[in-house]
Write a protein that binds this ligand. Structure first.
Ligand code: C5P
Length: 219
């Protein structure tokens, strides 16, 4: 069983996908974390995003793995836990530019398909139903209002000690959505066979229950 969950920034995809995978004992793969990991490495090395050769070279030296620590999935880059750093505002504001690079997408899509292998999997991102797992049995497109999404993100930032206003987060979210929707390769778009679910006024558990019902129907 392959479950593809796509949607715009901060629509609750990873929270819901993680919980769903835990309940069903499926593998969970947060593909956004992988784009964030590459972005963190590129920012660290101040990589020129127009230099194809340098980008290929850098990608060869990035090994992304996941490890579950206290039931939380951690991203390791070349063996080092970078789960916290990849959520910084700096990474968040650069990730869409990095994610629009062809080589980066080819590299990560191949990794995602390899990691998912033949497991039952819940994968969340922007192009899972359209590109990574086009034959997924279940495809869901999660939506929520920009205001609701910004409020959810504000709580995350407050918990990690970053200072930013709600207005600024709303602007950043709109910006990121625009770039993700308008890039040339695998833009954020609802797959034709995806079920749309607006989570604005739904609690996490309610969304998870909805998804379980959808999965039951196709089993
Ligand atoms: O899901 P998250 O907000 O962590 O994703 C960060 C960014 O990574 C997105 O804004 C998008 O630019 C990129 N991304 C992508 N394709 C995916 C997952 C994420 O382009 N499958």
């Amino acid at each position: 069983m392959q479950v593809a969950i796509d949607g715009p920034a901060s629509a609750g995809k990873s929270t819901v996908a993680k919980k769903l995978a835990q309940d069903l004992n499926y593998m969970y793969l947060d593909t956004g974390a992988m784009y964030r990991g590459v972005t963190l490495e590129f920012l660290k090395d101040d990589v020129d995003l127009t230099n194809d050769e340098l980008i290929s070279q850098k990608l060869k030296n990035i090994n992304l793995t996941f490890e579950t620590i206290e039931s939380e999935q951690h991203l390791l880059i070349n063996g080092e836990d970078k789960s916290q750093e990849i959520r910084s505002i700096a990474v968040t504001n650069s990730v869409s530019d990095v994610a629009s690079i062809k080589q980066v997408r080819s590299f990560l899509v191949a990794e995602q398909r390899r990691i998912a292998g033949k497991h039952d999997v819940v994968m969340d991102g922007r192009d899972i139903g359209t590109t990574v797992l086009p034959n997924a049995e279940v495809k869901v497109f999660l939506l929520a209002s920009v205001h609701e999404r910004a409020q959810r993100r504000l709580l995350d930032y407050q918990q990690s000690g970053e200072t930013i206003s709600l207005n600024q987060i709303e602007e950043d979210i709109k910006n990121r959505d625009y770039k993700d929707q308008h890039r040339a390769i695998s833009p954020l778009v609802k797959a034709k066979d995806a079920i749309e679910l607006d989570t604005t006024s739904l609690a996490i558990d309610e969304v998870v229950e909805e998804l379980k019902k959808i999965i039951e129907k196709v089993k």
